[in-house]
Every structure is written in C-alpha cells, then in structure tokens.
Design a protein around this ligand. Structure first.
Ligand SMILES: *Cc1c(COP(=O)(O)O)cnc(C)c1O
Length: 339
C-alpha cells in the first residue's frame, strides 16, 4: 500500500466527482459562456459575500493576477518570508508585475501589525519603493498549516486603510482554516480586497483556483488572466469538480486535521525526532535530531512505501488529505514506531 503524504495535491477525483465532471454542461469560457464555470464563480462570490469571482487553472496564476491588479512596476508588497508568492511562484512577482517583496520575519508564516507597519516605506521618500500592498497567507504552507488570529487580520486591514494599501489573501488552504477555527467565509470577504482559494488542495479537485474580489479591483482580472495564458475554453468539466467538492469535501477536512494530530502524537514519541510543530490543520512539519541524516530517514520511509518531503534545514513535511484512508492511517502509525 502506497502512502503518499507529500502534499494534499496528490489526490485523484473520486467516483462521485468524476460523474459530476462527465455530466457537466459546458461552453466556451473565454466568451463567458460556460454555465458550470459561471455557476462556480457566482457561488464563490456569494459564499464570500463579494461581487465577483474568476476561475483560474492554478493558485499561482490567481495570486499573480492579484499582485498585478494591486500594483504598478517598481512598487513593493509586504509579505512574510515564508510566503508562497515569494518562495514558490517562480519569481513571478518580479517577472509579471515588476514588484519587489518586503519580507517580514514572522512566526510560522504570520506576522503582527507592528511588524507590517515597520515595513511601510514613507510615500514621499522617493528613494525607496512605494509600498502598495499587504499580502497574507491562511493557512500558511511553509508555516505548517498555521491559522492566523482573525483579530490580527482585522488590525492589518486598518493599517492598510490608513496607508491606502491593497490587502490580498492567499487562501489556497483557507478552507482548512475555516473548518479548524469554525470561521465564516463572509468574515474574510468583508476584510480583504482580493482572496484566492484553491480547489486542488484539501478539496480534492484535479485542478483549479478562484480569485474573488469586489467589482472595482476585479475589472482588470480577466485581461490579466488572458495575458498570463489562462483563458480556458470548455473548462466547465473542471469547474463541475469544484462545485462537487464544495458540496462534498469541505466538512470532511476535519478528518484530515484529526489524522494530522494523531500522526504528530506518534512523531513526538520518536527518539529520532527533535521537534514537531503544533498541528492546527492538515500539515505536519517536524525536525530530525542533528545526528539523523535526512536522506537516510527519507529512504527508510521510502522502503516502507511511505512518501513525504523535505523542507530544507532538516525539516520534513507530511500533509493529510482525501486519499489518505483510515487503513493507510493505521498502517502509518504502526510503521512510524518501527523507524
Ligand atoms: C498551493 C498553493 C498555492 C497555489 O499553488 P498552485 O500549485 O499554483 O496551484 C498558492 N499559495 C499557497 C499557500 C499554496 O499552498
């Protein structure tokens, strides 16, 4: 039995999802004539209480579009040093928007309003890049699935308002935060100018992300998506997977969170492991003892057909997901004890 915990992106569509995809009504979405895409976009805009939503092939493209909508070349976005937009989007912020990132030295991918304040360059000091955007990630990927304190997000909104900055949420795994903290999407819709969410992570779709925002900022989104090569035709087959996932795969994220906590409990008993980061959602990040070789540890797991990934600096990551079954879970817990 192969146990693949490298990411929650490794899932394959369920039978129910495949059937929803097969029976989708479709049209040419570049002409905005795909009923399934239109339904998904409407549904997500309504869910977050915002005006509009736009379907994207990837989360990176949705984030990159947001960066472009909020900034002009030469400007600067404030984000955490762990941010996905900075670390894992191929340098897209500079390539696509010609902007730089001001990195905050946060904790587990999150920072305080005081830290953000220190990063704002005075607008009349023309030697420095003009700060025009604050970007946060919830849950944090490199931060180990940590969830922001909503009160801090409110304070950041107030800071953004005071300095006339845009406010973007990379909500690739916002679904996990909503379930873990029992929060409402509308709380987020009221706070942010733009929000990206992934359908291809915990929700188990083969692909797809959505950028959500109010009318004014979203005006240019479809053009930027086209420029980035993201105009898609009968993509309703994929949007139908998203609609199916919203109905069937949202509440079950709590199961992934429970399994992640149980894995962490076992990891904490192992002598080879130095620390396990607190588990809030479906991501487990742990650090090996200094005398343990990472490659050897990964190979030992590999031999047992258990697949996880290294995050650098002796840290490893596991992510629980829809295709990680109860049977795999009990096998994993047993096997870990023998490592
Ligand atoms: C996965 C992810 C994205 C988007 O990634 P794609 O692979 O481009 O869909 C964006 N932000 C975060 C935090 C992510 O985890």
């Amino acid at each position: 039995m192969k146990i693949d915990l490298r990411s929650d992106t490794v899932t394959k569509p369920t039978q129910g999802m495949l059937e929803a995809m097969m029976s989708a009504s479709v049209g040419d979405d570049v002409y905005k004539e795909d009923p399934s895409v239109n339904e998904l976009e409407r549904r997500l805009a309504d869910l977050f209480g915002m005006d509009e939503a736009l379907f994207f092939p990837t989360g990176s493209m949705a984030n990159q579009t947001a960066l472009k909508l909020h900034t002009n070349p030469g400007e600067q976005v404030i984000c955490d040093k762990y941010a996905h937009i900075y670390n894992y989007e191929g340098g897209g912020a500079s390539f696509n928007s010609g902007i730089s990132c001001k990195l905050v030295n946060g904790h587990r991918g999150m920072f305080t309003v005081e830290q953000a304040m220190e990063c704002i360059n005075p607008p009349d000091f023309y030697h420095s890049p003009l700060t025009t955007l604050i970007e946060v990630e919830n849950t944090t990927n490199k931060g180990g699935g940590a969830c922001w304190d909503f009160d801090e997000l409110i304070k950041l909104r107030q800071l953004a308002d005071k300095h006339k900055l845009g406010y973007h949420l990379d909500g690739a795994r916002l679904w996990n935060a909503l379930v873990a903290k029992n929060e409402n999407p509308k709380q987020y819709g009221q706070l942010f100018d733009t929000i990206s969410v992934c359908l291809s992570k915990g929700l188990g779709c083969p692909m797809g992300s959505v950028l959500i925002g109010n009318k004014e900022i979203m005006k240019g989104a479809i053009r930027v998506r086209k420029i980035l090569g993201g105009g898609m035709r009968q993509i309703g087959y994929v949007a139908a997977a998203g609609l199916y996932a919203l109905d069937h795969h949202l509440d079950r994220l709590a199961e992934d969170h429970k399994k992640a906590k149980e894995i962490a409990e076992v990891l904490r008993t192992l002598s080879k492991i130095k620390t396990v980061e607190p588990i809030e959602t479906n991501i487990i990040i742990f650090e090996l003892n200094n005398d343990i070789n990472e490659t050897e540890f990964l190979n030992a797991l590999h031999e047992k057909n258990i697949h996880i990934i290294g995050m650098g600096s002796n840290k490893l990551r596991m992510v629980t997901h829809l295709d990680y079954t109860d049977a795999m879970h009990s096998t994993l817990l047993e096997q870990l004890k023998t490592i």
